[in-house]
Design a protein around this ligand. Structure first.
Ligand SMILES: Nc1ccn([C@@H]2O[C@H](COP(=O)(O)O)[C@@H](O)[C@H]2O)c(=O)n1
Ligand code: CDI
Length: 165
């Protein structure tokens, strides 16, 4: 049995916030605004996993009205969402995500993002792919007002044979 899910998220870029993307801090003059660390990539991934499970979305599981999630690392949210998938007998078949950002240049950080996402999900990094694109200066991402991310995930029944390293 396999289940597919899609996630999409947007956060605004503002001054005096750290830029956290894919679980790592990226040097930049602006950061993403949110109740949590506003890691737009991890939020899209959480929503894709929840979507595949038919379990609603990140706002349902971690309401932004709850002070417990203020400033929280989205890696913790991803670990909890993945725990839900595992409870239901699933692991990640593969996961593919795209970050839409005019700036900063993300290519140097992609490998590290893949490794931390895979480790948090308890799967081999070969099952995880992260991409980045600009919008050729078009739209809110192109104007540098925010960053968005899409993710798709295929969940498969966990046969326990995955080698994690
Ligand atoms: N924030 C970004 C955006 C893109 N990249 C890399 O540049 C390549 C070209 O981007 P286009 O938007 O012109 O297609 C893209 O394939 C990414 O590898 C990046 O590193 N950081
Ligand atoms: C993650 C949560 C919870 O802290 O807050 P934000 O960081 O604002 O993120 P968003 O993607 O707007 O919605 C999900 C929220 O519930």
């Amino acid at each position: 049995m396999m289940r597919i899910g899609h996630g999409f998220d947007v956060h605004r870029l503002v001054a005096e916030r750290k830029l956290i993307l894919g679980g790592i801090e990226i040097p930049y003059s602006l950061g993403l605004l949110g109740h949590s660390d506003a890691d737009v990539l991890l939020h899209a991934i959480c929503d894709a996993i929840l979507g595949a499970l038919g379990a609603g979305d990140i706002g349902k599981h971690f309401p932004d009205s709850d002070p417990a999630y203020r400033g929280i690392s989205s890696l913790k949210l991803l670990a909890q969402v993945m725990g839900l998938a595992r409870e239901r007998g699933y692991t990640i078949g593969n996961l593919d995500a795209t970050v839409i950002a005019q700036r900063p240049k993300l290519a140097p950080y992609i490998r590290q993002m893949v490794e931390i996402i895979a480790a948090t999900c308890g799967v081999n990094p070969e099952r995880v792919n992260v991409k980045a694109t600009t919008t050729e200066q078009l739209g809110f991402e192109g104007r540098g007002e925010g960053i968005s991310a899409h993710a798709v995930v295929l969940l498969q029944v966990d046969d326990g044979l995955e080698e994690i390293f």
